[in-house]
Design a protein around this ligand. Structure first.
Ligand SMILES: Nc1ncnc2c1ncn2[C@@H]1O[C@H](COP(=O)(O)OP(=O)(O)OP(=O)(O)O)[C@@H](O)[C@H]1O
Ligand SMILES: [Mg+2]
Length: 307
């Protein structure tokens, strides 16, 4: 399990995350975490559980996108024996997390009608197993994460407004890595140490131009992307300093420095053809003239690249 010491960074925004996270440890109010993929949501949730008085009780993470709609009720609330032919009694996630923390990851993937049932549990602190007639008290700390803007989700009717108000008591927004690039040098040192241990290597550090490239990079995948880039470098080097050539950096959407020459050429060919087709106003003959290739060749390529 992660703790707050594992959350690397001194930027103002990450300091604020830690500050709020530590406050969340001392209460049992629900917590709402909003952050893009790879920003460290799971890290923060685990740190909150570990820092709370519930640390010796269970921590149950559940990705809400992973449950088929017809199983939501039995997975969250459990099943009572004999509720349907052959049914064995089964604990639901709320009972499993009793006394501990239930992490509802990607809550925005939960169907809106089930969100209402979830809200009722949060308000009453009681669950009822499928097929049961009696309810049971549970003591569960809820932490939920959203990977889309919460207010927009409410506006778009993907997140129930009442559930949003219930969860938004303690709110932690995780910054994009692109917005806290000052943390990159520390994150890089952190991951070098982590991978030295994991892969039993003795990488000393990173060359200055390589670090510069990492700072200049545009991270769509946030900290996870940085972590994977460094893991890739560890596959190429056993000792000494990580160099620029060890880094597999995505240059722009879908284009990678480590692609083969053929893939790169095709990438650019598609890009230029698309531009010419648009510039010609979708007139193939004109576009072929712009590109200075036979019309037939262009037609073939348009088909090939599905432009
Ligand atoms: N501030 C940080 N310091 C150190 N490591 C971090 C930090 N933020 C994220 N990481 C690392 O980045 C990786 C991704 O983090 P995590 O799984 O917590 O992201 P997430 O927000 O849950 O992503 P997703 O939405 O894709 O599930 C993990 O290996 C985690 O340890
Ligand atoms: Mg996650």
């Amino acid at each position: 399990m992660y703790t707050f010491d594992d959350i690397v960074g001194d930027s103002k925004s990450i300091k604020r995350v830690k500050e709020l996270g530590k406050k969340a440890c001392n209460t049992t109010s629900p917590v709402l975490i909003y952050g893009d993929t790879g920003t460290g949501k799971e890290l923060v949730v685990q740190a909150i559980h570990e820092g709370s008085s519930r640390r010796n009780k269970s921590f149950i993470p559940q990705n809400c996108a992973a449950i088929p709609e017809n199983l939501l009720e039995s997975i969250f609330f459990g099943v009572s024996k004999g509720s349907f032919t052959g049914a064995e009694s089964k604990l639901g996630l709320f009972e499993l997390a009793d006394g501990g923390t239930l992490y509802l990851d990607e809550l925005n993937s939960m169907p809106i009608n089930f969100q209402g049932k979830l809200l009722r549990v949060l308000q009453d602190g009681e669950i009822r197993r499928v097929g049961d007639t009696v309810s049971k008290k549970v003591d569960v700390r809820i932490v939920a994460s959203l990977n889309e803007n919460p207010e927009e989700l409410v506006g778009g009717e993907k997140l129930r407004r009442d559930l949003y108000y219930r969860l938004n008591v303690l709110r932690i927004d995780l910054p994009q890595l692109n917005e806290r690039k000052e943390d990159i040098p520390k994150l890089v040192s952190h991951f070098i140490e982590k991978f030295n241990n994991r892969f039993n290597k003795i990488i000393t550090g990173i060359k200055e131009d390589a670090l510069k490239a990492l700072i200049a990079h545009d991270y769509e995948g946030n900290v996870r992307e940085l972590e994977h880039i460094l893991e890739g470098a560890f596959n190429l080097r056993n000792e000494g300093y990580i160099e620029l050539e060890d880094l597999c950096l995505r240059m722009d959407t879908g284009s990678f420095m480590c692609w083969s020459l053929k893939d790169k050429l095709e990438y650019y060919e598609k890009k230029y053809i698309k531009e010419a087709v648009i510039m010609s106003g979708y007139n193939i003959s004109k576009a072929a003239k712009i590109l200075d290739i036979p019309r037939q060749t262009l037609q073939y390529k348009i088909k090939k690249y599905e432009i």
